[in-house]
Design a protein around this ligand. Structure first.
Ligand SMILES: O=C(O)CCC(=O)C(=O)O
Length: 364
């Protein structure tokens, strides 16, 4: 047999391809079944190949049967490898842009221009002049909130500091409180990540905080960007809240109404390096990454900047974001863009984890 094919047999055997696969391919190249069997036997008996197969079997893990760490596994690994190659090169090409890693600030362009320059390019940006005529920007303050809805009962997340996976476990941390008491608690708090009203608490709020939702109902950018009736979420909390690194399955307009937030953004194509263990969440603390534990994260570029009150940050679908409040803050998120990917909320991101059981820490 030609050495070229012996070389190929060795690669197949050490990456777990089946005998059937090898034989069928070699027969199609004109070799007889008897010759192929002899070559296969000799290869499998060779101590070099035996050693390499042993390493492969160990790395593939005991759960993958040897007979078939087989073709299916081979293709899954190959596809993953190729995807990583592609994404790695996207990062390299992105770095060719001189100011890659810093967030741009622009005046709102027409929606068509925004689609072609940002949405279709999956590129974040801050719009600085969107809010001049917005009622929430003009009227909102904690005093105004108290006057409007002090007695309303609202849901918040509470006890976040007792659970390292508080965002993943948010449904277990939900508590109902008087809105006025919640605002007083923010006023009395220097800094805390223990309590926060987040998008996950929105279910009942449209009714309970109806005046605020009415104020926010008409907000738009140049009268061109959003679909109506408006959808949106409110984020209200003290200085010190942290929303850990995750991505949204939809394009997000993050509108900063009161206070400042520090934002860390990581490009969507960094998926292989963010340790996406559970659903849309990363295991890495983007503010203080433990590179010993998560070495791949070093391959990612972290955009680190502050979003000021009055600014709208466009967070493109798939971009990882980590937000930290630098003041008591109020933000609105808007996702009902005129251009929407209707299928973007797929079930591609699995809600299972090797690291924790949902609800466990919270219920202890
Ligand atoms: O403001 C925050 O704390 C988080 C906002 C966010 O993560 C989102 O809108 O997806």
């Amino acid at each position: 047999m030609d050495n070229k094919w012996r070389h190929w047999i060795a690669k197949c055997l050490t990456t777990g391809r089946s005998d059937d696969y090898i034989s069928t391919h070699l027969e199609s190249k004109g070799y007889s079944r008897a010759d192929i069997d002899l070559e296969l036997m000799a290869a499998k008996e060779h101590p070099y190949i035996k050693g390499a197969i042993e390493v492969y079997t160990r790395d593939a893990g005991p759960s993958i049967p040897r007979t078939m760490a087989g073709d299916e596994q081979f293709y899954v690994e190959k596809a993953l490898n190729n995807q990583q190659w592609l994404l790695h090169n996207f990062e390299k090409m992105a770095r060719l842009e001189e100011d890659f890693g810093t967030i741009g600030r622009i005046k709102a362009p027409s929606f068509d221009d925004f689609v072609s320059q940002y949405i279709s390019k999956n590129r974040p940006v801050i719009i600085t002049d969107a809010m001049h005529d917005w009622v929430p920007k003009q009227k909102w303050s904690f005093e105004y909130f108290r006057e409007a809805h002090s007695d309303a009962v609202v849901g918040i997340q509470d006890g976040r500091e007792s659970d390292p996976h508080y965002e993943q476990n948010q449904r277990f941390l939900r508590t109902e409180v008087r809105f006025g008491d919640f605002l007083n608690r923010i006023d009395a708090t220097e800094s805390s990540n223990d309590f926060y009203m987040t998008a996950g608490n929105m279910g009942s709020h449209r009714q309970a905080l109806h005046k605020l939702f009415e104020d926010a109902a008409e907000i738009d950018i140049r009268g061109e960007y959003f679909d109506f009736p408006a959808e949106g979420s409110l984020w209200i909390g003290p200085r010190g809240t942290v929303t850990p690194l995750h991505f949204d399955m939809i394009n997000n307009f993050f509108c900063q109404i009161i206070g400042r937030k520090r934002v860390r953004l990581v490009p969507s194509w960094s998926l292989p390096w963010v340790y996406n263990e559970y659903h849309v969440y990363s295991e890495v603390d983007a503010a203080n990454p433990d590179i010993g534990l998560y070495p791949e994260f070093e391959k990612a570029t972290v955009f680190d900047f502050i979003v000021e009150p009055g600014e709208v940050l466009f967070i493109p679908l798939g971009w990882w974001h980590h937000l930290e409040s630098l003041d008591p803050t109020v933000s609105i998120t808007r996702k009902n863009l005129k251009v929407r990917l209707k299928e973007s909320y797929g079930d591609g991101f699995i809600k299972e984890s090797r690291l924790f059981t949902p609800g466990q820490a919270a219920s202890q």
